[in-house]
Each structure stands twice: as structure tokens, then as C-alpha cells.
Design a protein. Structure first.
Ligand SMILES: Nc1ncnc2c1ncn2[C@@H]1O[C@H](COP(=O)(O)OP(=O)(O)O)[C@@H](O)[C@H]1O
Ligand SMILES: [Mg+2]
Lengths: 263, 249
């Protein structure tokens, strides 16, 4: 293969990638603007909040209890090496509230609801339902995307709160019930160690992850290619892109938030 | 009613429309026919303004769709249009009732009670009353097409656009769709544009026929004129032969 071919291909890929990147930002901007403009159609928002949020709560609770439990086991093991197992409570709570709550909630919601949103919108695209909306003078960005985006931004922190509470409960059951720590110590150390900024930064992260979730899953569904193959591809890409984006953004956001709140 | 002028559209290096001109006269039904993949659906999307041409313009009832800048001004022009999509494109998260009511509520902003009477009389006119509580996947494709027709006509459009009235239907259901188009036309009196690759079946709903090939309209006239055309491509298409100027891809 000719070297110029390779360069040309790479260049073409770059142009294509840049174009898609730009389009996805325009898409996000249009969705956010659409949120602000009437008509508001509140029922659409409640439906999405229920589908993305409420319907995810059981599975979130389930993984939260086991995450808290395993954190207690691991935390107690490590801390006892320093004779510090009295701090198992804060170890569990801070890990959950600052990091694992938002991230695991986001990954779970992306896996469960993100794939569903992309598949639903993708099917609407290939069966011309999105064209039908436009032909009837209804803006699909406003009618379909804006409610899902807002539902993601609202539901994610709520689910994250649920995750934290149930996760701490799971940690409590293991630490106090199985490992024999004192219940008073477990709770009072959490109270002493967790600050409001920990909780705030956890919720800010969750809201940003909610935005990433809504943005990626709607955009991938809206721009879905032809046929069942197109939906298949869009759904896979949506889950992978959103998950990777969450983990990358998490690092930077955590660094920034930690600095901001340290001052 | 609709003027299509010198319309060009390409996707990457693939030229789909290469200077299409077409006049759709008010009160008549025009059929645009041609083999699969020549760009009939693309033409329809350009007319609806949900795709933009590379060149040329579409004028609907005196308003220029292609020159309309904002989605809002396009929506004004779209109010004149009703569309029956190829597989009906019903909203599958909504009941048949809500599908029919859709444009009254979401486009025209009518209250539920005002919309209600109109939905019921439309459902009655198209014999859909027994199905109103069902969801699209629970009824046959023939009924879905009728629902699609009801959804399109309830806003009383001046123009009805129909994409492939009978693809995916058996001959009986297909015939029913043609009868439906004719019956609705008598009752509502719209201007029609039907896109199809089904010859000569589509002639029964057409006053005028235009055949599209290689990005251009190659013949236009009454169904009889088209049938008697000496153009080899038209004859090949009408008789469904594999040899001739139309290349099978
Ligand atoms: N959005 C699109 N992007 C790229 N190519 C398209 C798009 N829409 C249609 N095409 C191509 O344009 C050609 C005409 O398609 P279409 O109008 O659907 O044909 P038909 O006459 O059967 O309705 C096809 O080759 C199709 O692949
Ligand atoms: Mg087509």
C-alpha cells in the first residue's frame, strides 16, 4: 500500500471524526435550547423520568448493597493491618459518596437505560417515525431528545443518592453484623469524616454523568444508520462511548472538584 | 400546487437526482414511478423539507420550501402537507387513538376534548373505531396504513404525499390502499403525489404519471400516454423485462 494512501485515509478519517464531534455538540446545544422553549409537554418528561430513573432503581439498589458489602470487607482487611479498622465506616462511605456511587450508578444506567434509549430512537429513525414527526411540524429534538436529556440529568443524582444510602447499609451489615465492628463506631466515624463537600461533589459528578448519558444515547440513536445493522451498531457504540466518556470525565472532574472544594 | 425545479441531490459521489423538474397540478394526483433506488423517496423528503437539495427549489402553494431558512418557516409550509409513509411510520409508543390525534394536539395545540370529536369522526370515516385502543403492533399492516392515512388527513392538508402505497402488502391489502386513496380523495379533495414502483397498479389512483430514471424525469403524461410511450425504458419497466436500458443492480 502506498504511503500517500495511508495519509489520505487518515486525513479523511480525521475530517469525518471532527465533523461528527462538531455535529454532536450542535445536537447537544439544540437539545438544551429546546428544553427552554415552549410548548413544554410535561407528560413526556415524567414518562422518561420513570423509564430512565424509577425503573433503574431496583438494579441500582442491588449492586449498591453488594458494592458496600465488598468495600467493608476490603476496607476492614486493609485498615486492620494498621490497627485502624475503626475507620471502616468512613472508608466505605467516602468511597461510595465521592467515587463509586456516581460512577457505578452511571455505568449501570448507561448499560440498562442508555442502550434502550438508543435502540428506541434508532428504531424510530429507521421506521421513519422521526421523519413523520418532522413532516407533522413537530421538532424531534424537542419532542424526543430534550425529555430524555433532562430525565438523565435529574435521575442520575437521585439514583446516586439511593446507591450511596443502600451501599452504606450493605457496608454496615458486613462490618457490624459479620466482622464484629461496633455499630456506634461505624456510624459516628462516618458522621465525623464525611463533609458536605464530599456529598456535593458526588452529586455534581452524577449530574454531569446524567448529561453524558442523555447526550450520547440520544445522539447515537438519532444518527442511527440503515436497517437492523444500524441499530445494532448505534446501540453498541452508545454504551461503549458513554461508559468510556464517564470514566475519562470522572478523572478530570474529580481533580477539578477536589481543588475547588479544598480552597 | 407543487413545483419542483431543477432539483439536484447527491450523497458523497453518488448522484441521486440530477435536475428533476415536475409540476403537480392542484386537485389532481400525480404518480412518480421508477425502479427501486432511483431516488423517489429522496424526492419526497426534499419536498417535505426534511432533506435539503444541493441545487434547485421546491415551491408548495406559492411558498418556497427550499429557501425557508428556519425550521419554523418550514413548519408553516408543512402545514399544507399530509404524509402517508411507506410502512405507515406510526408512533409505536402511542395507541392508535393517540396516533390519529397526534397532529391536532402536538401541531395545532387543540385541547383533548376538542380533538376527541374530530378523532372519532375520522376513525368512523376510515372504519377504525374498533381499533382505537390498540397499539400499532397489534393490528395488521393494512390497518396500520389506514391509521397512517387518518393521521395524515386529520389536519386537513391540501396535499397528500404517499410513499409506496403497497410495498410489503399482499395484493388484496395493496388494492385496499389504492381504494382508500381514491375514496379519501373523493371525500377530502386533496392534491396527491404518489410514489411507487408498482406499474400499472398505481395508474388507478393517478391523473398524471412521471417516470424517473438516472436522476431525471424521462417521461410525463397521463397513464394512457405512459402506457403507449415508445421510450424503451418505459416499455421495459412496464413489462418488467430484465433486458433494456434500465440496468438491474
Ligand atoms: N440519507 C441518505 N444517505 C445516503 N444515501 C442515501 C440516503 N437516502 C437515500 N440514499 C440513497 O439514495 C438512493 C435513492 O434512495 P431512495 O430515494 O430511497 O430510492 P427509492 O426510489 O427506492 O425510494 C439509494 O441509492 C440510497 O442508498
Ligand atoms: Mg422508496
Amino acid at each position: 500500500m502506498n504511503i500517500f494512501d495511508t495519509i489520505e485515509r487518515f486525513g479523511r478519517f480525521l475530517i469525518y471524526a471532527t465533523e461528527r464531534w462538531g455535529r454532536s455538540w450542535i445536537f447537544l446545544a439544540r437539545s438544551l435550547v429546546a428544553l427552554a422553549r415552549p410548548p413544554y409537554r410535561p407528560y413526556l418528561y415524567f414518562t422518561q423520568l420513570s423509564q430512565i430513573g424509577a425503573n433503574s432503581s431496583i438494579v441500582i439498589a442491588l449492586i449498591a448493597v453488594f458494592t458496600g458489602a465488598v468495600l467493608a470487607v476490603q476496607g476492614e482487611y486493609t485498615l486492620s493491618k494498621f490497627g485502624a479498622n475503626a475507620y471502616t465506616g468512613p472508608m466505605v462511605a467516602l468511597s461510595l459518596i465521592r467515587e463509586l456511587g456516581p460512577v457505578l450508578t452511571a455505568l449501570m444506567v448507561i448499560g440498562r437505560a442508555g442502550s434502550a434509549v438508543t435502540a428506541e430512537l434508532g428504531i424510530m429513525r429507521i421506521t421513519e417515525q422521526i421523519d413523520a414527526l418532522r413532516s407533522m411540524a413537530v421538532d424531534p429534538i424537542k419532542y424526543l431528545m430534550a425529555p430524555r436529556l433532562l430525565a438523565g440529568i435529574i435521575a442520575m443524582p437521585l439514583l446516586c443518592g439511593l446507591f450511596n444510602v443502600i451501599g452504606i447499609l450493605g457496608g454496615y451489615i458486613v462490618a457490624v453484623g459479620l466482622l464484629g465492628l461496633s455499630a456506634g463506631t461505624f456510624m459516628s466515624q462516618i458522621e465525623a469524616a464525611v463533609d458536605l463537600v464530599d456529598i456535593t461533589s458526588g452529586f455534581i459528578k452524577a449530574a454531569v454523568f446524567g448529561l453524558i448519558f442523555g447526550w450520547v444515547s440520544c445522539y447515537k440513536g438519532y444518527t442511527c444508520g440503515f436497517g437492523a445493522q444500524g441499530v445494532n451498531k448505534a446501540t453498541t457504540q452508545s454504551v461503549v462511548t458513554a461508559s468510556v466518556a464517564v470514566l475519562i470525565v470522572d478523572y478530570f472532574l474529580t481533580s477539578v472538584l477536589t481543588r475547588v472544594f479544598m480552597q | 400546487m407543487i413545483s419542483v425545479r431543477n432539483l439536484h441531490k447527491r450523497f458523497g459521489s453518488q448522484v441521486v437526482l440530477n435536475g428533476v423538474n415536475l409540476e403537480i397540478e392542484p386537485g389532481k394526483t400525480t404518480a412518480v414511478v421508477g425502479p427501486s433506488g432511483v431516488g423517489k423517496s429522496v424526492l419526497l423528503k426534499l419536498i417535505m423539507g426534511i432533506m435539503s437539495p444541493d441545487e434547485g427549489e421546491v415551491i408548495i402553494g406559492g411558498y418556497n420550501m427550499t429557501a425557508a431558512r428556519s425550521e419554523r418557516s418550514k413548519n408553516e409550509i408543512r402545514n399544507a402537507l399530509g404524509v402517508l409513509f411507506q410502512s405507515a411510520a406510526l408512533f409505536d409508543s402511542l395507541s392508535i387513538y393517540d396516533n390519529i390525534a397526534f397532529s391536532l394536539r402536538e401541531r395545532m395545540g387543540l385541547s383533548a376534548s376538542k380533538a376527541h370529536t374530530r378523532v372519532l369522526s375520522m376513525a368512523d370515516a376510515l372504519s377504525l373505531t374498533p381499533y382505537l385502543r390498540n397499539f400499532p403492533e397489534q393490528v395488521s399492516i393494512g390497518i396500520r396504513k389506514r391509521v397512517g392515512m387518518a393521521r395524515a388527513l386529520i389536519s386537513e392538508p391540501k396535499v397528500l404525499l404517499v410513499d409506496e402505497p403497497n410495498t410489503g402488502l399482499d395484493p388484496l391489502d395493496g388494492q385496499e390502499v389504492y381504494d382508500l386513496i381514491n375514496a379519501c380523495k373523493n371525500q377530502w379533495g386533496f392534491t396527491g403525489l404518489v410514489i411507487s414502483h408498482e406499474l400499472p397498479e398505481v395508474f388507478q389512483v393517478s391523473d398524471r404519471v412521471a417516470m424517473i430514471l438516472n436522476g431525471e424525469i424521462i417521461v410525463e403524461g397521463s397513464p394512457a400516454e405512459l402506457s403507449n410511450s415508445s421510450d424503451p425504458a418505459v416499455q421495459q419497466f412496464l413489462n418488467g423485462r430484465t433486458d433494456g436500458p434500465i440496468k438491474i443492480q
